[in-house]
Ligand binder design. Structure first.
Ligand SMILES: [Zn+2]
Length: 70
């Protein structure tokens, strides 16, 4: 999956991001009660995994981080 460089609010720098996978989208729907979670990206910096949307660097307060897969 191609990485997209975007600003990460928690890293406070431009970092590679990738779209969420299907299981991560399902997780985020439950986590946020949102029906539509398209257009969200996860920061790929080591240990970050912060979630942002394409247009909003900080869509969640407090921030949401994707849990590591089991
Ligand atoms: Zn980050």
């Amino acid at each position: 999956m191609p990485s997209i460089t975007k600003f990460c609010y928690t890293c406070d720098s431009d970092e590679p991001h990738r779209p969420l996978t299907s299981p991560e989208k399902s997780w985020l729907k439950e986590r946020t009660s949102r029906k539509n979670v398209e257009g969200f990206f996860m920061c790929q910096a080591p240990k970050c995994r912060n979630v942002r949307s394409g247009f909003n660097k900080r869509p969640f307060d407090p921030v949401i981080r994707v849990p590591l897969p089991d």
